[in-house]
Design a protein around this ligand. Structure first.
Ligand SMILES: C[S@@+](CC[C@H](N)C(=O)[O-])C[C@H]1O[C@@H](n2cnc3c(N)ncnc32)[C@H](O)[C@@H]1O
Length: 214
């Protein structure tokens, strides 16, 4: 039987299996870092590839305004259903692919397991440039990228970055946390898979004013 493409867009099983799971640790780290450090004012977050709201809902609960973007109508429908009425004025949903939309200014861009579906290296570079451009200075990025030993990368279905390429992709960001995970597992869609993941927390560098000469 031919192996299914990771781009087959059949997300129903993933959404069912992951419904009710807790927020991603990368999102929690971004929120904790923001609390701990001097932070840019404002609470505008973009959740790219939001799915049914695993991270968007905790952001709304914490008082953020959230632009939730996903190309799957079923994901956005479920997210809207799951959002308590009192939080709805702070939620905007957008049916779009990251490559086909313009990101507004934000203090946080969260992309949990969504950039891994970029179909080429130039597209991934472009996604990260757009995220960087959308972030205010000091704003944060949280998300995952794949490493070269990931089975989707080895099968030519996804883009993997080694340590050096990762730093190139994250140019203009200061890394706050970088965790490499390598494990054999079964995906929520039921596929046996070798994961090689970079869990990334990064901050857009703040512009320093040039020091005055005396
Ligand atoms: C593995 S799920 C992750 C969902 C959610 N962020 C989470 O952590 O549970 C990937 C999501 O990314 C979305 N996605 C796939 N390709 C995308 C693209 N090009 N632009 C934006 N979202 C995309 C899918 O529709 C899906 O909802």
């Amino acid at each position: 039987m031919a192996k299914k493409s990771i781009h087959d867009r059949n997300w129903r099983q993933f959404y069912q299996v992951t419904a009710g799971r807790p927020p991603r640790p990368t999102l929690l780290r971004a929120l904790a870092a923001r609390t701990a450090s001097r932070r840019p004012a404002g609470r505008r977050a973009i959740d790219l590839g939001c799915g049914t709201g695993r991270d968007a809902l905790p952001l709304l609960a914490a008082g953020w305004h959230v632009l939730a973007i996903d190309p799957e109508p079923a994901a956005l429908r479920k997210l809207e259903e799951r959002t308590p009425r009192a939080w709805r004025p702070r939620l905007t949903t957008r049916l779009a692919r990251v490559e086909a939309t313009t990101l507004p200014a934000a203090e946080l861009v969260n992309a949990s397991f969504s950039l891994i579906f970029a179909t080429s290296l130039p597209l991934l570079v472009d996604h990260l440039r757009c995220i960087h451009a959308a972030l205010v200075p000091g704003g944060r990025f949280a998300g995952q990228l794949l490493g070269p030993r990931d089975s989707w990368v080895l099968a030519g279905q996804a883009v993997g970055a080694d340590w050096r390429q990762l730093h190139h992709l994250l140019a203009g960001f200061e890394l706050e946390s970088l965790i490499m995970e390598e494990t054999d597992a079964v995906t929520p869609k039921g596929e046996a898979k070798h994961w090689h993941i970079w869990h990334v927390n990064a901050r857009k560098a703040t512009l320093r004013s040039p020091s005055r000469r005396s």
